[in-house]
Design a protein around this ligand. Structure first.
Ligand code: G3H
Ligand code: ZN
Length: 283
């Protein structure tokens, strides 16, 4: 069923696993990810950035595609449709009214007072609709929908204020992770992660899941991380499979014959992450 993230993340935090957020870009992503989740008996979060939402034709199109695929697949595992890095109240409200079951309001680029204010407004609307809310403190490095930013570690006191004053369901404290591939090994602030978890006591979210070594993933999960976002890794595996298929068969023009291997690659990548995050067999 289509559900919010609240229960799946609380269960993950309690039982020591994380649920993956896998970003979608088109129908094939939804297919590969839903198939993986059902086979693995895993809860799953479909992440939709504002840019990807626009690309697919709007939030309403996204919801319609997800719902009808779940119907035709007979999906029984919990699935959340989540707005990734929502940039304004308006964008979150649009997603909520289109039928998203979860939203992230990313006010992390504004001063904390403004971040709390906009997050609180989103929470008020979202909770009326049974929609869960994620917020961010500090900044994730790397590229995000075309915008490149530096890394800023989250401040503990700001995390506490955002969670208690705005009432979010989960928190993404930026602690050294990066969107896109890492230059060398990531340097995640585990000491801060532990302190923040003790202060806020809501499930934590780790952005920039692509390229984080398994030992760091396990450590983050042991410190209360219950949601891990993965985008780039699926894009790389899909594109690699399509490129190889086209290189092997230069005469190919039927999209099903070259997009199909890309979708299979997404599915395989997602299955690997679900096992690594421990969410398999926890639906
Ligand atoms: O919000 C989405 C993510 O944080 C994805 O990061 O592209 O590095 O896997 P990634
Ligand atoms: Zn992110």
């Amino acid at each position: 069923p289509l559900v919010s993230m609240k229960e799946m993340l609380e269960k993950g935090k309690e039982n020591g696993y994380a649920v993956g957020q896998f970003n979608i870009n088109n129908l094939e992503y939804i297919q590969g990810i839903l198939q993986a989740a059902q086979e693995e008996k895993s809860p799953v979060i479909l992440g939709v950035s504002e840019g990807a939402g626009k690309y697919m034709g709007g939030y309403n199109v996204v919801v319609a595609m997800v719902k009808s695929l779940m119907d035709s697949y007979g999906t029984t595992v919990p699935v959340a449709i989540h707005l990734d890095h929502g940039s304004s109240f308006k964008s979150c409200a649009e997603a909520i009214h289109a039928g998203f079951t979860s939203v992230m309001i990313d006010g992390s680029h504004s001063p904390i007072e403004e971040n709390i204010e906009v997050t609180k407004k989103v929470v008020e609307l979202a909770h009326i609709h049974g929609v869960s809310v994620e917020a961010e403190v500090g900044t994730v490095g790397g590229e995000e929908d075309g915008v490149i930013g530096g890394i800023n570690y989250a401040d503990k006191e700001e995390c506490l204020r955002l969670v208690t004053e705005a009432g979010v369901d989960c928190l993404a404290p930026a602690l050294g992770s990066v969107h896109g591939p890492y230059q060398g090994e990531p340097n995640l602030g585990f000491t801060e992660m532990k302190e923040i978890l003790e202060l806020v006591n809501v499930p934590l979210v780790l952005h920039g899941g692509t390229g984080i070594p398994t030992k760091d993933i396990q450590k983050a999960i042991s410190l209360g991380t219950a949601k891990i976002n993965v985008n780039t890794e699926n894009q790389i595996s899909q594109t690699k499979a399509i490129r190889e298929t086209l290189a092997q068969k230069p005469d190919l023009y039927d999209p099903r014959k070259y997009l199909g291997p890309g979708t299979a690659a997404i599915k395989e990548t997602v299955i690997g992450k679900m096992r690594e995050f421990g969410s398999s067999n926890n639906a």
